[in-house]
Design a protein around this ligand. Sequence first.
Ligand code: PFF
Length: 443
Amino acid sequence: MSELPREQWGSRLGFILAAVGSAVGLGNMWRFSYLAAENGGAAFLVLYIAMVALVGLPVMLAEFVIGRGSGRSPMQALAHFGGNGWRPLGGLFIASGFVILAYYSVIAGWTLRYAIEGAVAGFGGDAEATFGAVASGTPAILWHLVFMAITVFVVAGGVKKGIERTALILMPLLFAIVIGLAIYASTLDGAGAGYTYYFDTSFAEILSADVLKDAAGQAFFSLSLGMGAMLTFASYLSRENHLPNESVFIAGSDFAVAFIAGLVVFPMVFAFGLGDAVSGSTVGALFITLPTAFSEMGGAGRVVGFMFFASLVVGALTSAISLLEVVVSSAVDGLGWGRRSAAIVAGCAIAALGIPAAWNTDILGLMDQIAGNFFLVAGGLALSVFTGWIMTEAMEEAGVGAPGVRWFGLWRGLLRFVVPVILSFVLYHTAVDTWKAIAGFIR
Ligand code: PFF
């Protein structure tokens, strides 16, 4: 056990921006708009908002309450409120952080390379061939290692001087860039076709298990839930924070960035007649179609393209920091390691695990399916049962710093009944998908 007093956030804003930074990332900028377009446009938005409100918010508040109440990293926090039998759940969280960061950093490495090379040389050339060269082999490994090194550097700097300071600088910048890009996109000739595609509503499409599964999985991934990232960040809080308000603000900001990213991506893609490519593949919209659009914008394209990829890098970095922090804080609390050595050792191990994903995007996809989908939903289900049924202090802890809130009973009810039912259903369908993905990979 570490004997030092636990680190704390320097300010309320610092914690909030770090948590928003964890939530806002590659998931918002690309996965969300793609899913919305594929699954019924505006109707998917409605379903997604419902999932965030019914499942995401209750689980986020649960993570905050467990983290702040215990002042510990996941394994010890769960043991503190539920006994040692709950430690393995903390182990699942650490495994999720490990695997998700390993492939997340690979994609972040691609975006870093696009940002830098685009700024230096522009976005011309064969976009598909460029993407092929960026996303495979030794170059992909090298940029992944560069991104991991930056992440390790920030986390090694500590909660206040590393994580909080980075979020305070980068998050306002990210908001400004994304809003600026959305305004620019609206001035393009032909932007209207993009909005039509984005908001094309087909309520019939959301009435399927697949879409529900996608919406719930996306809510978990985007809000950084189900693997103790929010729990860990909350463990550095003092007891004054109003956790219910904080949760609503963080989830709202995350949705706002995802929504606005859609207002950037679709008008740009459709203004240049590239709409067909969007529905083709998940990666396509971002890494092949958009550079094509940037190259057709002429002189402005280089600036706009750089800004776009820079905002992705920023979003990815603040998310990667939270993924690494789950592992690092666990090593500090559980093994008594110093923060800096924990960050370096964990960072090297995760970087090594990411190398196969950098080498081959099929491996990357498999890791995303297993950890990014299955582990998070499983973790969220277990957390809701834990907080709803096991942790007797839950309501009391949630009320600390939040006098006068009248809906904690509703919160508990959601965690006990609604969240487990929805997530069991989603977990079943995700398990089937994951099984198919593994079988397909082995074959
Ligand atoms: N929320 C991040 C995104 O949307 O890109 C990804 C993520 C970060 C997932 C941290 C889970 C996590 F713990």
